[in-house]
Design a protein around this ligand. Structure first.
Ligand SMILES: [Zn+2]
Length: 168
């Protein structure tokens, strides 16, 4: 195998053997204040910044509530749901695996394409197989709940009251 690793279109390395490439994402901050930009932590009493303050310094009080500083405005940090994304090549298996970790950082959803060896006595010899995650698979990375063909809701089941209406 010979492959080139590019980052944002720039070649940074050439790969000649089995390779494992991983992009790790900083997931330490899930919420940030959209007004002042402070990293926020969710507590039982609300969202606090690094100083333990719930009041936002960027809040501009209007005339009617002078003296009220106002709370931080929490906003989810983009891509904070992702622990890592990776590409792994395996020449022995003639396979490439893509991985996306969204739950336990020690695991990941994996998509693999593998070529069945030519010398195997099978109608699939020489053909490519695509392996995908599926609901209820053993040792799942996370629960998968079908939404549309090819689309799943991850994690907690979809609340039952969202799937049907109770007649009055
Ligand atoms: Zn703020």
């Amino acid at each position: 195998m010979y492959a080139a690793l590019t980052v944002d279109g720039i070649t940074v390395n050439s790969l000649e053997e089995d390779s494992s490439i991983e992009l790790t994402v900083d997931t330490s901050t899930e919420f940030r204040c959209s007004a002042c930009g402070a990293d926020l932590a969710e507590t039982t009493g609300g969202f606090e910044d690094g100083n333990g303050d719930r009041d936002c310094p960027a809040h501009a009080p209007d005339d009617s509530d002078a003296g009220d500083t106002g709370a931080h405005i929490p906003q989810r940090v983009a891509l904070s749901w992702c622990n890592s994304a990776g590409i792994r090549t395996n020449e022995t298996d003639d396979a490439i695996t893509l991985s996306l970790s969204t739950a336990d950082p020690r695991g990941a959803f994996e998509i693999t394409v593998r070529r069945v060896p030519d010398h195997i006595d099978s109608p699939y010899a020489g053909r490519l197989l695509l392996h995908l995650p599926y609901p209820d698979q053993p040792m799942p990375h996370d629960q998968m709940h079908p939404l549309h063909p090819g689309t799943f809701v991850l994690g907690q089941p979809i609340p039952a009251h969202h799937t049907h209406l109770t007649p009055a």
